[in-house]
Design a protein around this ligand. Structure first.
Ligand SMILES: Cc1cc2nc3c(=O)[nH]c(=O)nc-3n(C[C@H](O)[C@H](O)[C@H](O)COP(=O)(O)OP(=O)(O)OC[C@H]3O[C@@H](n4cnc5c(N)ncnc54)[C@H](O)[C@@H]3O)c2cc1C
Length: 544
């Protein structure tokens, strides 16, 4: 019997209305989850808002969009054939190449037939009488499922700041996280780029090369390390692929799920000369590996300062105008406590005659006008605005859905003071409701694909366990959840992370509670804890 025969259908659309599992989102997480659920013989419906699969890499088509984890690592490890077959072209993959890869996966594993595109999950209510989730979408679907799985992404709720006058702007405006599918041509235009996080830093050099003039509006300067991106020779890939499984295993045994050169020494275990040599060597190799030059850079402010000052000196040596260089130097957070950026020619871009850096910390944007924008001290005539203003991270895409658990409890209310989960996977009072890379899990501090795989595999194993033991319902206990939330905070407090006003803390969203969202204890330690929980008969969960 196929799933249509097995399940009631909507008389109007002739679509099935009952599933074993509903998954929201068809990025890396949703696709792999679907694959694993199918292996368990479950009927699944994936709802995806976009009109294609790929998530982050479907939406973020902005100029310069690129992954900052190397291609050979930022990919699925669960199919040996797939990882042997696929050929990457560059050291760091560009958005279009990752999107091609994800589409290839969707075809190769025949995933599309269970994915309903252009459909957003809008509401989900747990019906305790039938122990099922009743799920609604913006297309009018009303379906029920035993399990509801959020694969909605940590960085998928794009945020355009509330800017007075935006509706009257006569030019075009864009958000990097919701970029048009057709190429945007900035030739001859005066362009404003607002925001200098990862996306702004990637986009600036590419837009500058095209536009008549680029104004970069900076509130907070960020640290960025050169990528030194380059073609990835077939020979090098072949070599890596000889031991692919072993590389993956080693990566899973690290704090970030990425094979960096993790130092065993503290910054002050070596002489000043040696310290500089180490930073220099890592700068020359490129990428976020830089922040692992010493093992106490995230723990000791004094050690962190040495790395931060090294980068500031690099900025001063690259950017010709000393005033601009100083403005680009971050001073208000330890290096790495906001997501470290990886760039191509970012600082050099400010040596171009057609690029102006505008400090909006001291002279904030007051309003968008029909022909540009006004800051407190200046007026800018513009043809296009590009918002690189980030996301309502980690919780945003989940809380946009009206989720109600036991007794009609509203998830947004439960999380009003900050998200509460057990292992980032489940939240008490919401049975059979799983989150992939949820708050309280390592998620955005890691190679996210590695974190996704670990979560998907944990959830799949849990559902298998339930099937074998004829359990219908799993739920986190409030006690386990309290304990986990405490642990997440405790671990974060031992590091420098909470000292930065970052999106990790929810600081970019007005009114969002200041809580350190990801688990900073390390991917390797975290997955060990998850395995121990299982070994101890799913400690902290109840079944029914
Ligand atoms: C610009 C950018 C660069 C990044 N670079 C890196 C990097 O270098 N390294 C790294 O490890 N990670 C990076 N990330 C993080 C990246 O999000 C993850 O690596 C990974 O792609 C997440 O996959 P996902 O499936 O969990 O979520 P996403 O890829 O975000 O997919 C979630 C999907 O859910 C859909 N969705 C959301 N809400 C609903 C709803 N209510 N109903 C239906 N569908 C819904 C969205 O449309 C989206 O397609 C980056 C993110 C961004 C934005």
């Amino acid at each position: 019997m196929n799933s249509l025969q097995r399940h009631p259908v909507d008389a109007h659309s002739n679509r099935p209305t009952e599933f074993d599992a509903v998954v929201a989102g068809a990025g890396f997480a949703g696709l792999y989850m679907l694959h694993r659920l199918r292996e368990l013989g479950l009927s699944v419906r994936v709802f995806e808002m976009g009109d294609g699969v790929g998530g982050t890499w479907y939406w973020n088509r902005y100029p310069g969009a690129r992954c900052d984890v190397e291609s050979m690592q930022y990919s699925y490890s669960w199919s040996e054939e797939l990882q042997q077959e696929w050929q990457w072209t560059e050291r760091y993959p560009a958005q279009a190449e990752i999107l091609r890869y994800i589409n290839h996966v969707a075809d190769r594993f025949d995933l599309r037939r269970d994915i309903q595109l252009e459909t957003a999950v809008t509401a989900a209510r747990y019906d305790e009488n039938i122990e099922r989730w009743l799920v609604e979408t913006d297309r009018g679907d009303r379906v029920s499922a035993k399990f509801l799985i959020m694969a909605t992404g940590c960085l998928s709720a794009a945020r355009v700041p509330d800017m007075k006058g935006l509706e009257y702007f006569r030019g075009k405006w864009y958000h990097t996280g919701d970029w048009p599918h057709e190429p945007v041509d900035f030739t001859g235009q005066r362009v404003a780029l607002i925001g200098t996080g990862s996306s702004g830093i990637q986009a600036a050099p590419v837009i500058a090369a095209q536009a008549a003039h680029l104004y970069v509006f900076q509130r907070t300067p960020n640290f960025t390390i050169p990528a030194w991106n380059e073609p990835l020779p077939a020979e090098k890939q072949k070599e890596w692929k000889k031991n692919y499984a072993e590389h993956r295993r080693k990566a899973r045994d690290t704090r970030s799920g990425i094979l960096y050169e993790y130092s065993q020494r503290g910054a002050f275990d070596v002489s000043e000369e040696e310290r500089q040599r180490e930073f220099e060597a890592r700068w020359a190799r490129g990428g976020a590996n830089f922040t692992h030059a010493f093992n106490d850079l995230f723990l000791s402010k004094k050690s962190n300062d040495t790395a931060a000052e090294f980068v500031r000196n690099k900025i001063r040596s690259i950017v010709r105008d000393p005033k601009v260089a100083e403005l680009l130097c971050p001073h208000n957070h330890p290096i790495g406590t906001k997501r470290i950026c990886v760039d191509t020619d970012y600082y050099k871009t400010f040596n171009r005659d057609n690029v102006t850096l505008v400090d909006i910390r001291h002279s904030p944007i007051e309003e968008i006008t029909p022909s540009g924008l006004c800051t407190r001290d200046g007026k800018y005539e513009l043809d296009s605005l590009v918002f690189a203003t980030g996301y309502d991270a980690v919780t945003g895409s989940i809380l946009r859905i009206d989720v109600r658990g036991r007794g009609g409890r509203v998830l947004a209310e439960k999380w009003a003071e900050g998200p509460r989960t057990y292992l980032g996977l489940m939240t008490a009072g919401f049975p059979n409701f799983f989150i992939i890379t949820g708050p309280g899990s390592p998620s955005v501090l890691t190679n996210v694909v590695v974190s996704i795989e670990q979560h998907v595999e944990w959830i799949a194993a849990c559902l298998r366990h339930m099937k074998e033991n004829q359990e219908d319902v799993i739920e986190a206990t409030p006690h386990a959840e309290n304990h986990w939330v405490e642990h997440v905070n405790e671990v974060a407090e031992k590091t420098l992370f909470p000292s930065a006003n970052s999106w990790y803390m929810g600081a970019n969203i007005p009114g969002k509670p200041r809580v350190f969202l990801p688990y900073v204890g390390g991917f390797n330690n975290y997955s060990k804890i998850c395995n121990e929980v299982v070994a101890e008969n799913y400690r902290g969960f109840t079944f029914g």
